[in-house]
Design a protein around this ligand. Structure first.
Ligand SMILES: Nc1ncnc2c1ncn2[C@@H]1O[C@H](COP(=O)(O)OP(=O)(O)O)[C@@H](O)[C@H]1O
Ligand SMILES: [Mg+2]
Length: 459
């Protein structure tokens, strides 16, 4: 089951006046908020339009902030109706009244849902990798926002389980390019298979990896056990290797991206979706690329990681804590800034953690080990920039009217939708395509029968 706080994501949110004016809304005007929300359980996007409310600058700020918060108001409104919508998978848009009740629903995706601007790589744009078809993966469980536990239906891995990370929320261009290029490393988890869509064009829509049980370092399992100093050391070493040997910045060093391999008791760093190579300009849609040693670099990422582990503060507070810690440069200052949560257990005295981290941060900041140019990074890797075949959202973002927007389509579309986990028929085999195996087989059978009736095509 996907953890409840990871299930929904506002991918787009905008305010529009009920009576459009050239100058934009002023306080007191009536505005409606339209949001497109991704439900990662059903892998389905739903547009939610609120009832008109009086415009205020606070409301506008909130509407735009909703795009990045997991407890956004539009999500709260959608949740109230989600069990009804789970039973109506064709619905793509709902309009709500003043009480948050459904006023109307629509099933026309052309009208309400522009295609997301994903760049899925084609197989020949990636380094060599083994492949598996999405229809060859059986869904066993949904463990995180876009990660499923699957088993392989055929091929050399038949019967084995794996993690399928789908490219639902972005095309995984960076995650695939970076992870496939990194050399084998004791603290990095390699990709086993690139997952191909059933298309002649060899579109890659995700990848599989070995399953690491017990969840990430934020899981209840790990929180109930002591955090080990050796894991912090392993993370610092991994970050040194990434930044200084391979010329890669991960840019998302967080407890949720660290797993512990139960076989070796070693830390594994995953999720290179935000990564960049040192010196890369315009590193992708997230626009984040920092040189090693800069603010918000991986050095700062490791500080953020330890803040999370020690304080258990949530995302609304953690960056304030980090800001204090970044300025601190002695063990004593750290002790003041990083107050241990009473439930956190450590396998060494907390001062050891502060001391090791402060020493490492100082060493990295001193610049002696921080090459600023790629030329002196021994095994530097790089990968091609995003190709220019994204769908153009610009027209639809500004679309305040109810006129039918153009559906601009540059990249291929991938059918992601699947039944809600509450609706899955467990007596049948559900594939990673979102279809049941018997459905897909009968569809293939129908296609085959149709082509036999039509006879062989002539060229
Ligand atoms: N190989 C794995 N084995 C077990 N759990 C994993 C594995 N990879 C990822 N996860 C879990 O799935 C979550 C999401 O995966 P991640 O690659 O970080 O995707 P996202 O881009 O959604 O952050 C992780 O936080 C972790 O809990
Ligand atoms: Mg992650």
């Amino acid at each position: 089951m996907i953890p409840d706080d990871q299930r929904f994501q506002v991918v787009f949110s905008t305010l529009s006046e009920t009576r459009p004016s050239f100058s934009g809304p002023s306080p007191g005007d009536l505005v409606v908020c339209r949001s497109i929300i991704l439900d990662k359980d059903q892998r389905r996007r739903i547009r939610v339009t609120t009832a008109p409310v009086e415009y205020s600058t606070d409301y506008e700020c909130a509407a735009y902030a909703w795009r990045s918060t997991a407890d956004a108001e539009p999500i709260r409104l959608l949740r109230r109706h989600i069990s009804q919508l789970e039973r109506a998978p064709q619905i793509v848009a709902i309009t709500l009244d003043q009480d948050g009740e459904i006023l109307s629903m629509s099933a026309d995706p052309q009208y309400y849902l522009p295609e997301p601007d994903h760049v899925y790589p084609f197989l020949d744009e990636l380094p060599p990798v083994e492949t598996v078809l999405r229809s060859e993966l059986i869904e066993l469980d949904r463990i995180a926002g876009i990660c499923d536990l699957v088993s392989y239906r055929s091929g050399p891995a038949q019967g084995r389980t794996g993690i399928f990370k789908s490219s639902l929320t972005d095309g995984q261009w960076t995650g695939l390019q970076a992870t496939l290029r990194l050399p084998p490393h004791p603290h990095l988890l390699p990709i086993d298979y690139a997952v191909l869509e059933e298309m002649e064009c060899k579109l890659v829509v995700g990848y599989t990896m070995r399953v690491i049980p017990n969840g990430d370092l934020k899981s209840d399992y790990h929180r109930a056990r002591p955090f080990k100093l050796k894991w912090l050391r392993q993370l610092m070493q991994t970050v040194d290797d990434l930044n200084l040997r391979f010329g890669v910045v991960h840019q998302d060093i967080r407890a949720r991206n660290c797993l512990i391999d139960p076989e070796t008791d070693n830390l594994l760093l995953v999720d290179f979706g935000f990564s960049a190579w040192v010196g890369q300009k315009h590193a992708g849609i997230h626009g984040r690329n920092w040189e090693p040693g800069e603010r918000r670099s991986d050095v700062e990422g490791v500080m953020l990681f330890l803040c999370e582990i020690i304080t258990r503060a949530d995302d609304s507070d953690i960056f304030d804590i980090l800001a204090g810690v970044v300025e601190a440069d002695s063990d004593l200052e750290w002790r003041d800034k990083l107050v241990k949560h009473p439930d956190v257990e450590l396998d060494h005295n907390i001062d050891m953690f502060y001391h090791e981290l402060v020493s490492w941060v100082k060493k990295r900041r001193s610049g002696g080990t921080s090459p600023q140019t790629r030329a002196i990074i021994p095994e530097a890797i790089r990968w091609p920039p995003y190709p220019d075949r994204r769908c153009d959202w610009s027209g639809s973002e500004e679309d305040d009217s109810d006129d039918k927007p153009d559906l601009r389509e540059k990249g291929p579309r991938v059918p992601w939708q699947r039944p809600a986990s509450t609706m899955v028929d467990r007596s049948r085999i559900l594939l990673a395509t979102g279809k049941y195996a018997d459905e897909s087989e009968s569809e293939n059978g129908n296609k085959k029968a149709a082509s036999e009736v039509a006879g062989p095509s002539t060229t």
